[in-house]
Design a protein around this ligand. Sequence first.
Ligand SMILES: [Zn+2]
Length: 514
Amino acid sequence: MVPGHGDPQPRDRHHRQRGHLRPGLGRRAPASLRAHAQPRRRPHRDLRPRGARRGLRRGRPVHLLLRRRAAQGRQGRGHPRQPGGDQVSEHAHQETVFTYGAPQLKFGLGASEEIGYDLSLTGAKHVLVVTDPGIAATGTPQRVAEQMARFDIRADVFDQVHVEPTDASLQEAIDHARAHGPYDAYVAVGGGSSIDTAKAINLLMTNPGELMDYVNVPVGEGRDPVNPLKPLVAVPTTTGTGAESTTICVLDVLAQKVKTGISHARLRPTLAVVDPRLTLTQPAGVTASAGMDILCHALESWTAKQYAAYPRKQPEQRVPYCGANPVSDMWCSRALQLLSHAFRQAVHHGDDEDARYDMALAATFAGMGFGNAGVHLPHANAYPIAGQVKDFHPDDYAGDEAMVPHGMSVSLTAPEAFRFTFDTNPDRHVEAARMLDPDAPMTDDPADLLPTVLSRLMRDIALPNGLGAVGYSDADVDDLVTGTMKQQRLLSACPKEVTEDDAARVFRGSFEIW
Ligand SMILES: [Zn+2]
């Protein structure tokens, strides 16, 4: 790893680039002293190639290392910078640009009480509040709608969002809006399902055509919206999905039995309003599952293929998910650090406002990271795991419909997936494990460290012990693999190619986690 990049403590970068471990501790300090002086900064074995270590110790300029790494292949470990002068030809076909987008953010206790005012600034006169029946029963969407009257805004409430939206449920929501609109703005109150449904309504109320025109290829036509969308305020009440930050709407296409999405920069909400108080009543099982989603967003973005490992794009080819980059790294690493102390506490002591606050902050940070970098194999696997569910129903989730909640479905193959990606960047995997559990003892094989930290956490917060515990057996592997291979948009963010055999190995290794 290139020193400094990916470092959660940028102030330390200056010293590490010069081969120093910390101010006042020279680079010739004995190894034993260094280990004691710096237990958290670099407690693990230096896993960089010998040559890279030697180069740094000799103070070789970082740009030479970057150039050499770039020349060594497309799995760049760092973030090559914009080349200059005679370096241009070497980089002509390699990506040198990354992008970052995020909604405006209003965060904190009571933030959701200001939405009426915020919308009044847009000139809105008629808005649609979008939510699901479960959230509607808490009264929160109604309270949000009632704020509007003070600002002469008429608010309708659509409370029939389907948890885990389908093409049919989205169509119903769009039809409702078409019948009662037009609307000047939308407010989504709820989990990812409500926010994604509002994105779809907004898209189809401002643009021509029908839903399937915009769904990702090969399932749909993958058409780009031609018109700008109306303002969308996203108010997450489930900590974790990150839907308030992202440019994607996830849906099940029933006829094709596939979970897919609509992905475009214009789908990103205009304003995210994150009020940790709204999550205080979230039951332990939901907090555990949603928290694993936050964690996997951060981990997958942190380990995603680097933006510079992609071929150079033309301006019109740029996509919201551009690969791991210095900005997404910063958000993801902070999210991991917050989770390291808040996650278990929020699950076991849900009334702890500080833990809820930090979980909401972690979810927001991870959303800002993965909303630009992208997620990869655990999320690709989650689609068939959720989509092919048999009769599993988790505790703490309403109803009795068979379901594997999103965060749970993402987490079940995560330990094995990160074992699979370890060799693409050992440093990053070890560093992630350290951020998540600074006290975890090093495993005999460094590739086991992150899977071990993850599985211990999952056991502590009472997640199911692997795919077997949610009803899958070896006989299902072929179908699961087929489902994963359909998620090419996600797999393209994986730091290494995923073959059918690779995916099968990851599934087979995930039947029992501990
Ligand atoms: Zn997710």
